[in-house]
Write a protein that binds this ligand. Structure first.
Ligand SMILES: [Fe+2]
Ligand SMILES: [Fe+2]
Length: 402
């Protein structure tokens, strides 16, 4: 296999890195580009921004399911200053590439290449590929090399870190998998030194966050439910995200609850009864008679067991979105509302208009309107209203009269 190598801090990885690696593959006859995050670059202060584990996780997420790219953590394992010659020798020994390793260098680094440790040896062991990182003309480079004719993508990790910290638009510049990790772990929000302390690379990473889980749930949901249900779930997640922002809740939690709320909708009655029961609560007579009502409870069990979701607010929101309960928290109300008002719900236009009016309705006001509408629908179709919904109605009525 013919291999090229792209090293860097990847703090964070961005589209410019992937476009560069892509250009190398399409311009020369390499089969794969290996991305190598530096533990400590000899030329850069690596202490700002994310730590080695976060940088590695972002990189792995950025190239997921793309066999053209791989990530090797040899420099992180080695710790200390990451010298390219050590990496080149290590990779050549382990991968035994066909021909020499391609070594991708930005022209911003090429000017100082002669100062690198054992620069002559690097040049003799690898095929150096000089890529444009700056739009300036071709700088002289006194070692054997190939020039890559690549587009200059004007993104730097430094300016990205600054944009993330200031909350300026940055999302489109970062591959989606890495984006979820930045959001989940709140990376780059603090000024100056933050998680940059070189925590042990082997240590297990932070618990998986809401956005990363939501991405996995969304991918699986497409296989579990019909397309129409998938679009409904995605719309519910988006509206839940909007509402969470309006009501000061965590939008990531809302999105996850929204995308997962109907994940068990296509289960058979037997599977619904079997799954929902594992939440340890009793089954009502209505639930036994109509197991479809259990798809919320079953969904919460499924998210907990399969995706290790432990957030009680998210689990409650999924479990209660079908019939509600007298004691619903704010996130559960948001999901209940979003489920009924999302843009593909044909008959929800009048209620949806409440979201366009000023002043914006408070959460309980909107929830009461949606609940009353649902109950009126059930009544008009002579559908039995569950005990939970009745208790909830009674409580909302009482609140309304106070
Ligand atoms: Fe549902
Ligand atoms: Fe739904």
């Amino acid at each position: 296999m013919r291999i090229a190598v792209l090293g860097g801090s990847f703090n964070p990885v961005h589209m410019g890195h992937l476009v560069l690696a892509d250009s190398v593959l399409s311009s020369f006859s390499y089969d794969r580009v290996i991305l190598i995050p530096a533990f400590q670059s000899p030329l850069k202060d690596e202490s700002r921004g994310a730590g080695p584990r976060d940088r590695l996780d972002m990189l792995l997420a950025a190239v997921a399911a793309d066999p053209r790219f791989s990530v090797d953590d040899c420099e992180l394992k080695r710790e200390g200053i990451s010298y390219t010659i050590d990496t080149v020798e290590d990779l050549a020994r382990r991968y035994k590439p066909q021909g020499r390793l391609g070594l991708i260098l930005g022209d911003d680094l090429a000017a100082n290449f002669h100062q690198w440790k054992r620069a002559e040896e690097i040049a003799s062991l690898t095929d150096i590929i000089i890529a444009h990182r700056t739009s300036r003309g071709e700088l002289p480079f006194p070692y054997a090399h190939k020039r890559l004719s690549n587009p200059v993508i004007d993104i730097s990790s430094g300016s990205l870190r600054e944009s993330i910290r200031k909350g300026e638009g940055w999302e489109h510049l970062v591959p989606s998998g890495a984006r979820f990790i930045i959001r989940d772990r709140s990376l780059y929000l603090a000024q100056g030194r933050e998680s940059g302390g070189p925590e042990k690379h082997g240590a297990s990473g932070p618990a998986e966050g809401f956005w990363s889980i939501a991405a996995r749930v969304e991918a699986e949901l497409g296989k579990l439910v019909p397309f129409k249900r998938f679009i409904h779930s995605r719309n519910t997640a988006l509206m839940a995200w909007d509402l969470a922002r309006a009501y000061g809740l965590d939008p990531g939690r809302a999105y996850l609850a929204g995308i997962g709320h109907d994940i068990c909708k296509s289960l058979s009655s037997t599977e619904l009864l079997r799954t929902a029961r594992r939440d340890g609560k009793a089954l009502s007579r209505l639930e036994r008679k109509n197991p479809a009502l259990l798809h919320g409870r079953a969904g919460a069990v499924y998210l907990q067991e399969r995706y290790r979701v432990t957030d009680s607010g998210i689990l409650e929101a999924v479990a209660l979105h079908t019939v509600g309960d007298s004691d619903m928290g704010p996130l559960a109300k948001v999901i209940y509302i979003a489920d009924k008002l999302e843009w593909n719900r044909e008959n929800a236009g009048a209620l949806r208009d409440m979201l366009e009016r000023l002043p914006f309705p408070d959460l309980d006001e909107l929830f009461a309107a949606v609940l009353n509408d649902s109950v009126a629908f059930l009544d008009s179709h002579e559908i039995t209203i569950s005990g939970s919904t009745r208790r909830l109605l009674a409580r909302m009525d009482k609140k309304g009269r106070q």
